[in-house]
Structures are given as C-alpha cells and as structure tokens.
Ligand binder design. Structure first.
Ligand SMILES: [Zn+2]
Length: 309
C-alpha cells in the first residue's frame, strides 16, 4: 500500500499587509527548503502537493509547518493506494459503490401530505432506521448505464446484469429486493435491484480498528439504543491535523462466519442515515473484476489473532 499525502501551503489574503508580507516570505522559504522554490509566484497564494509517506520533502515540509502552522492547508488527507497483489490476496474486503447517482425514495423523501409514504420504520427520537417496510421507489432514469449505485441514504442499487450475476453464481449472504420507478413505466425502463445484505458479522477487532472519539453523546440514542461510529480519520503531526481513514480489522475466526456478502455489526455515519459497512469475500471481488462490473471500490480488511478483553 502506498500512502499518498495531499497537502497544501498557502497564505490568507485577508491578513494585514504586514502579516501578508511575512507569510509570503515564509511560503517562499518553505518552498525552497523542499526543493520547489521555482514554483513561487507572489500572486499565487496556494501550492498543493502529492507526496508519498517517507519522502524527504514531506518530512521537511511538516517540520517547517510546525513553526508556522497557519500556512498549512485546512484539508490535508492521506490516500491509500493498493497494489493489485494486495487486493487479490485479501480474504475479505470492505466494499461500496463509488457513486450516489440514485436519489432517495421518492414517496418517502420528496412526496408530502397524502402522497407521503414511509420507507422505513424509524426511531422517533433519533430518526435511525429500524426496518424497511416496503420496496424502494426511485427515479430509475438516474441509474443510466451504471452497474452499481448508492442512494443518498446509502441503500445499494444493482443493475439487472449485476443482480443476475450474483444469483447465477449462487452467492450467499444477501437478498435482492425489487426497485420500482416513481412515475409511469417508461420505454427502456431497466430492472433494478436493491442489495440487502443479511449476513451479520461479529464485532470488528478494536483495537486495532480505531473509531473517532468525537461527540460520543451524539452517536448513541438513549431511546432505541442505536450506536453509530466513524472510523478514526483525524490525526496529527504535532500541530498539523490531517485525515486518514484507518484500516478495519477482524479476528481470524470471523472466517468461520463469513458468507459471500456480509455486513458489519457496527453502524457508521450520522444516526439518521447510519448504516453498516458491506464486507465481501475474495470470491466476490474476483467475480466483479472478471465480469468488468463498474462503479464500486474495495479495500483490504486485515485479519488478526484477537481475543475480546
Ligand atoms: Zn433512536
């Protein structure tokens, strides 16, 4: 895995003329210390870099920014790039659509008054979904040529081809639910399916899986008991904050419980839209690639020897 840091340095044009002069000089100095002095232009107030963890220039840049942290861009993030070999040797992978082309259910989200029809039973206090009570009704035209999509509320929609692929190969751990068009049928209306993952895994191994600690009081509902997590993604180099999604770990013996499709016991995101993560096996990963299914991403999950403390 390569860890690529997306980082920028800049000066804030709204600062006083004296501060601005100092900041510009300092940015010029930092650029030259990381061997990028030729990039400097007095009218260009933002410089952005993609540097791999371990690169000398990155270390120098971060050390320099400890002295003047206000010159660091506000959104520094680390992207993980996996090799094909890493992806193909992972027994389990975290999987999700790479787009949210489909909007929410029309009669739940948009229709008001008499037309409104709930899609879910929800907790009246926090709004968390406790049960889906009917099929999804969406604007199917938005799926346009996609193989897989999320709805805004993180329901997974499959094209007919992908749904059939899963069924033909006898994959387990999920159900396909019908998806309907919100208006009259139209010419060429596609068949779509909702992927409902049914096999629930035991809890992740934590640690080493780390969760964000912020706002624990907002992430648990006292009425329905739903608790929702965020994978830890805020970290610091001294005074500089950056974002990096931490990896997911399961105990080795989870393999005795996996099916082709699985969902995490944990829910993630804001309570109202909190949803489990989807975990697939290597078999599903290969099937998706072999059949050139588009519009999804996967990353390896790590298995560890782990006993609950
Ligand atoms: Zn609740």
């Amino acid at each position: 895995m390569k860890r690529i840091v997306h980082i920028g340095i800049w000066w804030d044009k709204r600062r006083s003329p004296e501060e601005l002069t100092k900041d510009k000089a300092r940015v010029q100095q930092i650029l030259s210390r990381i061997g990028m002095g030729s990039l400097f232009h007095p009218e260009q107030h933002y410089y952005d870099f993609h540097l791999e963890i371990g690169a000398k220039a990155l270390k120098v840049l971060i050390d320099e920014l400890q002295i003047t942290p206000h010159l660091a861009s506000s959104h520094i993030r680390i992207e993980h790039r996996y090799t094909q070999q890493e992806l193909e040797s992972a027994e389990l992978l975290l999987w999700h659509p790479s787009n949210q082309a489909i909007e929410d259910d029309y009669y739940d989200f948009y229709a008001e008054g008499e037309l409104h029809r709930d899609l879910y039973q929800r907790c009246l206090t926090c709004g968390a979904r406790t049960k889906q009570i009917r099929d999804l009704i969406v604007n199917k035209a938005l799926m346009r040529g996609k193989d897989v999509s999320w709805t805004y509320a993180f329901e997974v929609i499959l094209s007919e081809r992908v749904g059939q692929l899963f069924q033909e190969h006898g994959l387990a751990g999920f159900e396909l639910r019908s998806v309907h068009h919100y208006r009259k049928p139209y010419k060429g209306e596609p068949t779509l399916y909702q992927l409902v993952v049914t096999n629930v895994l035991p809890p992740m191994a934590s640690p080493p899986t780390e969760f964000e600690e912020k706002w624990p009081h907002r992430n648990q509902c006292e009425v329905c008991g739903r608790r929702s997590y965020f994978l830890k993604h805020t970290h610091y180099w001294g005074k500089i904050m950056y974002y990096e999604d931490t990896d997911v770990y399961y105990p080795h013996n989870v393999l005795e419980r996996v099916e082709d499709f699985n969902r995490s016991a944990e829910y993630f995101g804001e309570l109202r839209v909190s949803h489990p993560y989807i975990i697939i096996t290597q078999r599903v990963y290969r099937l998706l690639r072999e059949h050139k299914v588009k519009n999804w991403v996967a990353k390896p999950i790590y298995l560890v020897d782990w006993h609950e403390r």
